[in-house]
Design a protein around this ligand. Structure first.
Ligand code: C2E
Ligand code: CA
Ligand code: CA
Length: 525
C-alpha cells in the first residue's frame, strides 16, 4: 500500500485526477449489455496511473473513502446519463461506508442532480468485514433498497465475502470472484467452487455474475452452469467516459453477429440453457413419464436415481435401488452388464445391447435392450452413467406370433387345391400361390406386375384384359377363364379365375383377392 495523505487526495479530487472507468456486464447467454461497473482510477501527475488496489485500502483505513466516492459518483453519474443506453450502473461501496447513515441520502442527491434514476444503480458491497455494527449497516442498506437500488455481494468466495454476510443483508446479486473464474478451466476445485456459488445464488433466487471472464471457454462453462452475467476482458476492458459509446456499439455489433462460438469438449452446445433447477424439474418429468426403465449410476456403480419402470423391471422398489450398487441390486446380471458400464465410464456410449434378463421373481426371462450413456459435468469429465432399459419381451412375442400365423396361413394355402392370388386395382399381380409357378412354368419374379399375362394362351390375353377392366370399373366380382401351360411342350390347361374386391374406408378398391381352379377338376354342372 502506498502512503497517501489527505492533502494529496484532496488535490487529486480537486484537479480531476480521479478518473472513473466503466467496464461492461453482459448477459452470458445473449451477449447483450446489462450494465457497467464503475471502477476508480487515479491519474497521478508524477506516478502515472495508480490502480484502485493501491489507494482504496488507504482510503478505507484513513477515512477518506467517502470523499473519494462522492467525487467519483458526481463525475460518473452525469456522464453515464449521456450515453445511449438505459443500462444499470454498478458502484463499489466499501463495507465501512455502510456505517455512514447519510450514504443513501448522498447517493440520492447526486443521482437527482445528474438526472440518473436510482433504480438504475446497483450497489456492490466490497471488502472488509461487515461484522462490526451490523445493525447500522442494515439500516443503511434498507434505506438504499427502499430508494430502489439493487444490492450485490462482491468477490463472493474470497476471505472478504462470506456466507454470513450473504445472510445478513438483502442482496439481489452475487458476484463470483475473478480468481475462481480465471482458473476454472484448469482447476477442478475452482470449477466446483464456481458451480457451487452459482448454484447457491440460484437457490437463494439471486442473480449471479462472474468477474474476470477472459475466454470463450470460460464463458461457455459459466453459461452451462447457469450463471447469468459475465464481466471481463472478453466483453470489454474498463474504459473512461469518452469511450463508453464505442463500447456500447461494439457490444451491439457482437450481438448482431450471432451467438458465441461453440466450444468443443464443453457442454455449451446443449440445448439445456435453463437454470439447473428447471433442468432438474424437466429431467424428473422425463424420468417419471418415460415408457422405458431409466436410471443413473455414479462412478462407484451406485444407483443415484431410478424411475418406477426400471425398479419394476429389476423387481425391487425404487428405495431399494438408491445408494446400492448394481452388483447388490441385480447380482444375476452384474457380470454381463459390468463391461458396458465400465466402457461408459471411460466415455464410450454403449447403445442397443440386446440381452436376456433372468426374471427377478422366477418368472419368464425378459428380452431387454440396454443403453449406457456417459454423463459429463461442465468440464466434460464423466461423473456417472445414464442407464436406459427397454423391455422387448412383449414386442418379441408379438413378432413371433405374427410370424407363426403368417407361416400357418401360407402353409395352409399351399395345401389347398386352389391357387390364391392378389392383384392391385389395375391388375398387377401382388402375390400368387407358389403352385402358379408350376402350372404356368414361370420362375423367379416373372409373374409380378403384368408379367402373369405372359403365361396365358395368346388368344386369351385380350379377352382376359377386357373382362378384368370391366370388373375394375364396376367392382363386380371377376369370373373368367383362360388357358395356361407349363412349357411349350405341355398341353394347355383351362383355369377359372374368380375374385372379389376389397373396398377401403374411402370407398375405393384396395386390391382384388381371388383364386384359380382347374376347370377340368370342377364337377360338371
Ligand atoms: P472488483 O470490484 O472486483 O473489480 C473488478 C476488477 O477486475 C477490476 O480491477 C477490473 O479491472 C478487473 N478485471 C476486469 N475484467 C478482468 C479480466 O478479464 N481479467 C482480470 N484479470 N481482471 C479483470 P480494478 O479496477 O483494478 O479494481 C480492483 C478493485 O478495487 C475492485 O475489484 C474493487 O474492489 C476496488 N475498487 C475499484 N473502484 C472502487 C471504488 O470506486 N470504490 C471502492 N470501494 N472500491 C473500488
Ligand atoms: Ca466490484
Ligand atoms: Ca469483484
Amino acid at each position: 500500500m502506498i502512503v497517501i495523505d489527505r492533502q494529496q487526495i484532496d488535490r487529486a479530487i480537486e484537479c480531476g485526477e480521479l478518473v472513473p472507468h466503466f467496464q461492461p456486464l453482459v448477459s452470458l447467454r445473449t451477449g447483450e449489455l446489462q450494465g457497467f461497473e464503475l471502477l476508480a482510477r487515479w491519474r497521478h501527475p508524477e506516478r502515472g496511473w495508480i490502480p484502485p488496489e493501491e489507494f482504496i485500502p488507504a482510503a478505507e483505513k484513513d477515512g477518506w473513502i467517502g470523499a473519494l466516492t462522492r467525487a467519483l459518483l458526481q463525475q460518473s453519474f452525469c456522464a453515464f446519463c449521456c450515453i445511449q443506453t438505459d443500462s444499470i450502473l454498478s458502484v463499489n461501496i466499501s463495507a465501512v461506508q455502510l456505517h455512514d447513515l447519510t450514504l443513501p441520502e448522498q447517493i440520492h442527491a447526486i443521482a437527482a442532480k445528474c438526472g440518473l434514476p436510482v433504480q438504475r444503480l446497483t450497489i456492490e458491497i466490497t471488502e472488509s468485514a461487515l461484522a462490526n455494527d451490523l445493525e447500522q449497516a442494515r439500516k443503511t442498506v434498507a434505506a438504499l433498497k427502499e430508494m430502489g437500488c439493487k444490492l450485490a455481494l462482491d468477490d463472493f468466495g474470497t476471505g472478504y465475502s462470506s456466507l454470513s454476510q450473504l445472510q445478513s443483508l438483502p442482496f439481489d446479486e452475487l458476484k463470483v470472484d475473478r480468481s475462481f473464474v480465471g482458473s476454472m478451466i484448469e482447476r477442478r476445485d475452482s470449477r466446483k467452487i464456481v458451480a457451487a456459488v452459482v448454484g447457491l445464488g440460484q437457490s437463494l433466487g439471486l442473480c449471479t455474475a462472474a468477474e474476470g471472464v477472459e475466454t470463450h471457454e470460460q464463458a461457455a462453462m459459466l453459461r452451462w452452469l447457469g450463471c447469468e452475467l459475465g464481466q471481463g476482458w472478453l466483453y470489454g476492458q474498463p474504459v473512461p467516459v469518452g469511450k463508453l459509446d464505442e463500447v456500447v456499439a461494439e457490444i451491439k455489433r457482437k450481438v448482431a453477429a450471432g451467438p458465441p462460438p461453440v466450444v468443443e469438449g464443453l457442454l455449451s452446445h446443449t440445448t439445456l440453457d435453463r437454470l439447473p433447477a428447471q433442468r432438474l424439474a424437466q429431467l424428473q418429468a422425463v424420468y417419471d413419464g418415460a415408457p422405458v426403465g431409466l436410471g443413473f449410476l455414479d462412478r462407484d456403480l451406485r444407483y443415484m436415481a431410478v424411475n418406477r419402470q426400471l425398479a419394476n423391471m429389476n423387481g425391487r422398489t425404487m428405495a431399494e435401488h438408491l445408494g446400492r450398487t448394481v452388483q447388490e441390486v441385480i447380482p444375476e446380471m452384474f457380470s454381463k452388464v459390468e463391461p458396458f458400464i465400465r466402457s461408459a465410464l471411460r466415455g464410450e456410449a454403449v447403445s442397443g445391447v440386446e440381452m436376456l434378463k433372468p426374471s427377478p421373481d422366477g418368472g419368464e426371462d425378459r428380452n431387454v435392450l440396454l443403453s449406457y450413456e456417459p454423463a459429463r459435468d461442465e468440464a466434460g469429465e464423466v461423473v456417472g452413467v445414464a442407464v436406459a432399459l427397454v423391455d422387448l419381451t412383449l414386442m418379441k412375442a408379438a413378432q413371433e406370433a405374427l410370424r407363426q400365423s403368417e407361416e400357418h396361413f401360407r402353409f395352409m394355402l399351399e395345401l389347398l387345391p386352389h391357387i390364391p392370388w392378389i392383384v392391385d386395382p389395375e391388375g398387377r399381380a401382388l402375390a400368387v400361390s407358389r403352385r402358379w409357378l408350376d402350372i404356368a412354368g414361370t420362375n423367379g419374379e416373372q409373374w409380378k406386375g403384368f408379367g402373369w399375362l405372359d403365361s396365358l394362351h395368346p388368344d386369351d390375353v385380350e379377352p382376359t384384359k377386357v373382362a378384368m377392366q370391366q370388373a375394375f370399373q364396376t367392382a363386380k366380382p371377376i369370373d373368367l377363364t383362360y388357358r395356361v401351360r407349363s412349357s411349350a411342350e405341355a398341353p394347355w390347361r383351362r383355369f377359372r379365375a374368380r375374385g372379389a374386391p376389397r373396398i377401403g374406408p374411402d370407398g375405393k378398391i384396395v386390391c382384388w383377392y381371388g383364386c384359380l381352379d382347374d376347370v377340368k377338376e370342377e364337377p360338371q354342372s
